[in-house]
Write a protein that binds this ligand. Structure first.
Ligand code: FES
Length: 103
């Protein structure tokens, strides 16, 4: 059974922002899409650079390294040079922070 890991406070990831964290050794990026949280593996499927320093516009996450675009809600690739999806994780906003299920 995968564990729920707290990755930060809700206030650390306001709408339109990304939050990078490590949960049990797994690098994750949390995206706040208009108040809803989504979590993905923090590794671009193009060349493995981190996604947390990218840009979020609505649900579109752009990797700043070579411009690949992803759907932050589903992890699907939306724009070249990425053609493969990024893994997603379950995420919950609780009273005491943002939790991601990894493992
Ligand atoms: S590593 Fe993300 S676009 Fe190349």
């Amino acid at each position: 059974m995968a564990d729920w890991i707290r990755v930060g406070g809700v206030e650390e990831c306001p709408p339109g922002q990304l939050l990078g964290a490590v949960a049990q050794g797994t690098k994750v990026v949390v995206a706040n899409v208009d108040g809803d949280f989504y979590a993905l593996r923090d590794r671009c499927s193009h060349a493995d650079f981190p996604l947390h320093d990218g840009e979020l516009d609505g649900s579109e996450l752009t990797c700043i390294h070579h411009g690949a675009k992803f759907d932050a809600c589903t992890g699907q690739a939306r724009g070249f040079p990425a053609i493969r999806p990024v893994e997603t994780f379950e995420v919950e906003a609780r009273d005491d922070g943002i939790y991601v299920q990894v493992g």
